[in-house]
Design a binder for this molecule. Sequence first.
Ligand code: APR
Ligand code: PHB
Length: 405
Amino acid sequence: MKSLKAQVAIIGAGPSGLLLGQLLSRKGISNIILERKTGDYVLGRIRAGILEQGFADLVREAGVAERMDAEGHVHEGVVISDNGKANRIDLKELTGGDVVVCYGQVEITRDLMEARAAAKLETYYEADKVQPHDVKSDAPYVTFEYQGEAYRLDCDFVAGCDGFHGVSRQTIPAEIRTEHERVYPFGWLGMLSDTPPCHEELIYAKSERGFALASQRSATRSRYYLQVPLTDNVEDWSDEAFWDELKKRLPPEHAANLVTGPSLEKSIAPLRSFVCEPMQYGNLFLVGDAAHIVPPTGAKGLNLAASDVATLYKILTRVYETGDRSCISQYSDIALRRVWNGERFSWWMTNMMHDFGDEVANNGLDGQTFNRFMESELNYYLGSENGRKVIAEQYVGLPYEDLKD
Ligand code: APR
Ligand code: PHB
């Protein structure tokens, strides 16, 4: 068995693992990343791209912000439309200056991978059978296979950044874990195309035909989504059918600007809210999708991963700079407070913006009654300045919590 050593073993090279690794390395805290897939596979996954200020600042602190700052677009507002009527939420004005940055998660991941490779930091791609051990002890280790050989990585801490289907969460004994879950009765059909966006800001559109989102990657690349029944297959949707349906759901003045073209990719994703509590077990910490999933309405998935990273980074920095380990136990509570806020916002936006048909699962209400409540809810929030402020404050992201002394 080959033997390795690092202060922190990081499982998973998604944005959580890569960002944590980069931040720790800059503080001189050694880390090794173990990733099940190839780097190209990780970069091939299409993901959202709205970054909160806190995330953007963290990327700057990690020293990998050059391309994000040059190519990312600052969005000072977002459009929420209600049955054809567009309402602009002026994020900057309503929050007293906060904005979001539109820059693809895939690009952030690429920037982090390149920085890691340039700094010659150790990463094992295509690592098989990754398994943490003895995480309750002060000498945890992780075993894995790489190119047919068995490895043992000894470490002080294990960061489980291995996404929803990873091994880390399963390492916490079932009797200690509580998992909260809501699976929604519809999915999102996403389409990527090399066409200019129909509007300079994102449009979240509620309509009688179901929800639609107009998003973007650049001045020449658009990303659009349609709410679809879970029984639909991608093959049921020709490009033409997608564009036709999108036009009907967007406000008419923006639908008129829609530039159509061939799709580069189409896929259907289910919508889920999920939280695992606690987010730590001894010296194992769950970070990002390993601990929580949000529906994409509200763009919080990546941003919640970033606040977990920020909290763990502060804790590990304090541990190695001062030798004081007492702050370790703060991780789960601090991370979960912000996670639940993001979960609640995403759940609320999902409830307000989608058509629930006849589903009977919301506080025992039948779907149509629930839909009426949510129509009224959206109408109230969009029509009141206080309501728009509530949406804006959460869309740009709540502040990160500091460690206690
Ligand atoms: N061993 C090693 N690596 C693993 C294992 C395993 N057993 N299981 C999963 N992984 C890897 C996956 O291949 C993936 O590259 O862990 C990585 C997890 O990455 P993500 O799923 O992207 O999760 P995370 O880094 O927390 O990113 C946060 O924000 O927008 C959201 O859901 C979106 O991925 C996004 C998330
Ligand atoms: C995206 O661009 O893919 C995107 C943007 C905002 C969301 C969800 C997805 O809320």
